[in-house]
Ligand binder design. Structure first.
Ligand SMILES: C[S@@+](CC[C@H](N)C(=O)[O-])C[C@H]1O[C@@H](n2cnc3c(N)ncnc32)[C@H](O)[C@@H]1O
Length: 449
């Protein structure tokens, strides 16, 4: 295997206006309007110019299109993901935009208009007003949307940024781990080698962002006659720890080992629909009611309540909703925190169900306690509970009252954003309505909740 090339230059320009792509919570990828001057990336440095405003009536993008006949589209395309990406043309054909054209999201008040030019087989996108740097560029899809958009600003909670947004766009930022590689001089050994890796359990998820094979440049002087040679012994090699989030980062990572481009992180929140917002709001309503009951009963307990509702949109993952209260006083046990109590209840319930069967179940992690579930809790869980939630593979945690001095979900620290943790979950902080009389009281800030 070869080492790093000493010099190399790659230029990445998405389109002449130098728009770029970003992942937006709730929408997937979207196009953003930063105009950058063309930047040159070398393995040792990269340079960017200041961002600029895009003036009104600027042609932002011209995307070539693939045209599908109506018949072709009705019979095939309509039944696939393409249905979310195609434009109607006046003659009844469907146009699939290549380039950035398929990635503009929808807005009621768009800052970009488009026109489908069937003769030239292209779509031209033009700014309708001046667009500020880093503003999202959106078009209007029409009045009959097939999705149910909820703007991030309209969500009843705020996502905590996990602080993992470093895009590794400089060589020094690329995180590496030690991998093992073998040279396979004779390609007929490749299939056997891959099979063996699987059988030996070495084809791990942690490596799923890396291609298994890196081809060597062909030798200028092939051996005069074919001599089959077995693979060499493994040697250590630094390889990227994470997938590439941007094309720039991909170019850098590929110099270590062929890596995949994966703009969306697995643990990032999925798009939210109004139905899901209703489901979460109902869970918070139940949580607040349970908290009011707990506060009235008191009995010397901390009025902290945790609630795991039947999940949305897949209700089959849990037999019933769960509630747990802080019981450290009555149980005379310092670890009886509400979050730990609810984890234990669900563990008991899941243990009583028939065990998952087959490799698939194990692979998907269904044996973990809170896999696929969402926790709603009145106060931000402490570091210990957050760690337990992480080990339980919880999907997301929403809390009402932050605990800045003891919380593990962004207060004192943010456990799911630490390097090296083997699971991450999303964290939402519920927005307080000033007139809300059911809102839980703050607690002594030094208490571990
Ligand atoms: C043409 S694609 C746009 C690019 C897409 N975001 C992606 O990552 O591939 C259309 C899809 O984007 C999402 N989308 C577009 N506009 C949205 C909005 N305002 N709110 C939520 N989702 C949106 C919907 O899932 C829709 O099916």
């Amino acid at each position: 295997m070869t080492g790093l090339p000493s010099t190399a230059t790659t230029t990445w320009v998405l389109n002449p206006t130098r728009c770029h792509l970003k992942t937006i919570q709730g929408k997937g990828r979207g196009v953003f309007g930063t105009i950058r001057s063309q930047f040159t990336l070398t393995y040792s440095s990269s340079s960017f110019s200041a961002t600029q405003t895009i003036p009104a009536r600027t042609v932002i993008e011209t995307s070539p299109v693939l045209l599908f006949s109506k018949q072709e589209y009705d019979d095939h395309g309509r039944h696939t993901l393409l249905d979310h990406y195609t434009f109607n043309s006046r003659d009844g054909r469907m146009a699939l935009a290549l380039g950035l054209g398929s990635l503009f999201n929808h807005a009621e008040n768009p800052n970009v208009s488009f026109s489908v030019d069937i003769v030239q087989e292209r779509i031209v996108y033009t700014s309708t007003r001046a667009i500020q740097p880093d503003e999202e560029l959106c078009i209007f899809y029409g009045h009959q949307l097939w999705f149910d958009p909820v703007d991030e600003d309209d969500l009843p909670f705020t996502w905590k940024k996990l602080g993992l947004d470093k895009e590794e766009e400089q060589l020094d930022d690329v995180e590496l781990v030690q991998g093992w590689v073998v040279d396979i001089p004779d390609p007929t050994y490749i299939a056997t080698m891959l099979k063996w890796l699987k059988q030996a359990g070495l084809d791990k998820d942690a490596l799923s962002h890396l291609k298994r094979i890196r081809r060597q440049a062909a030798s200028l002087h092939p051996p005069p006659r074919y001599v089959p040679r077995p693979p060499t012994s493994p040697t250590g090699l630094p390889i990227p720890r994470y997938p590439a989030r941007t094309p720039t980062s991909l170019a850098l990572k590929n110099t270590y080992w062929p890596t995949v481009l994966c703009p969306r992180r697995k643990w990032e929140p999925e798009p939210w629909t109004t139905a899901r917002v209703r489901w979460a709001s109902a869970a918070v309503h139940r949580l607040k009611r349970a908290h009011t009951d707990a506060a009235i009963a008191q009995n010397g307990e901390l009025p902290v309540v945790a609630h795991v509702p039947i999940p949305h949109p897949d209700p089959t993952q849990l037999s019933r909703p769960f509630f747990a209260y802080d019981t450290r006083t009555s149980a005379n046990h310092p670890l009886r925190h509400a979050a730990l109590d609810v984890i234990r209840q669900i563990a008991d319930d899941r243990a009583a169900q028939p065990p998952p069967s087959g490799d698939e179940a194990v692979k998907n992690g269904v044996q973990y306690l809170l896999t696929g579930l969402s926790l709603f809790i009145t106060h931000e869980p402490c570091v210990m509970c957050t760690m337990a939630l992480l080990h339980s593979r919880v999907k997301e945690v929403f809390y009402l009252v932050p605990m800045p001095r003891t919380g593990g979900c962004g207060g004192l620290t943010c456990i799911p954003s630490l390097k090296g943790v083997n699971h991450r979950f999303s964290i939402g902080v519920w927005k307080e309505d000033p007139g809300d009389s059911d809102w839980p009281d703050p607690l002594d800030p030094t208490i571990d909740v």
